[in-house]
Design a protein around this ligand. Structure first.
Ligand code: MG
Length: 239
């Protein structure tokens, strides 16, 4: 590892933090699930809360709600990924949904970070890699991310956070101290996974957090959205 004293590793959650896909991910996940297991199970599946969870945890919870055994679930994993990929692509590109958007300030912030040599940028997301790629490509944001942690790297978000740092260390050759890692997310689970690994946590209210839950999680900083680029950068590079 090459020591580089001042480099920050900035890790971003996707849904509710970078982009709002207008529920495309949820619809694609539920659609793929129904296709593989049980037509007409949408209403039960929709009862499972999604925010802050990894795709596979959502998948398991839907299955549990419908009484499907985990063994049967594991066997269908590759098939499920393929069905999800097709459904998500359709939802993101052919749908009538006009609510899909990049969240305020995100593009400017990513451009500013990309222009600096003291920051590296990665993902920390519950999405499986193909879901992350499709969602970011939809808005031409994939070019900003070198790597990171994904929903299939670990059973829970804390493990995904650990995997994100490890992946970025491998890719950059930089040994990021935990305190030099800054996690951006829209739920208390994002804050929790940062804290658990000794990372800094920045919460943003552009997602689906329950009112008050972000303050309660005590992030290092809390923003309504990311449009005040200078203030956000100041937080990232604060000593
Ligand atoms: Mg999120």
């Amino acid at each position: 590892m090459v020591p580089f004293m001042c480099a920050r590793l900035v890790l971003f959650d996707i849904d509710g933090t970078l982009v709002d896909c207008g529920g495309a991910g949820r619809r694609a996940l539920v659609g793929a699930f129904e296709q593989l297991f049980r037509p007409g199970s949408v209403s039960a599946a929709m009862l499972v809360p999604f925010a802050g969870k990894t795709d596979f945890r959502i998948f398991r919870e839907i299955a549990h709600a419908l009484g499907i055994k985990s063994q049967r679930l594991a066997k269908k994993r590759a098939e499920f990924e393929r069905a999800y990929e097709l459904a998500l692509h359709r939802e993101l590109h052919d749908g009538e949904d006009t609510t899909q958007r990049v969240l305020p300030g995100v593009l400017t912030l990513l451009e500013k970070l990309a222009a600096r040599d003291d920051a590296r940028v990665g993902l920390l997301t519950g999405n499986i890699p193909l879901g992350a790629r499709l969602k970011l490509e939809r808005f031409d944001l994939d070019r900003f991310f070198e790597g990171g942690g994904f929903g299939d790297d670990a059973r829970n978000r804390r493990g995904v956070a650990r995997a994100a740092r490890e992946d970025m260390q491998r890719r950059t050759g930089i040994d990021f101290a935990p305190d030099d890692v800054v996690v951006f997310g829209d739920t208390d689970e994002d804050v929790d996974c940062a804290r658990h690994n000794g990372f800094r946590a920045v919460a943003v209210e552009t997602g689906w957090a329950e009112p008050g839950s972000l303050e309660a999680a005590k992030p290092d900083a809390l923003f309504r959205d990311l449009s005040d680029t200078d203030a956000v950068l100041e937080t990232i590079f604060a000593e």
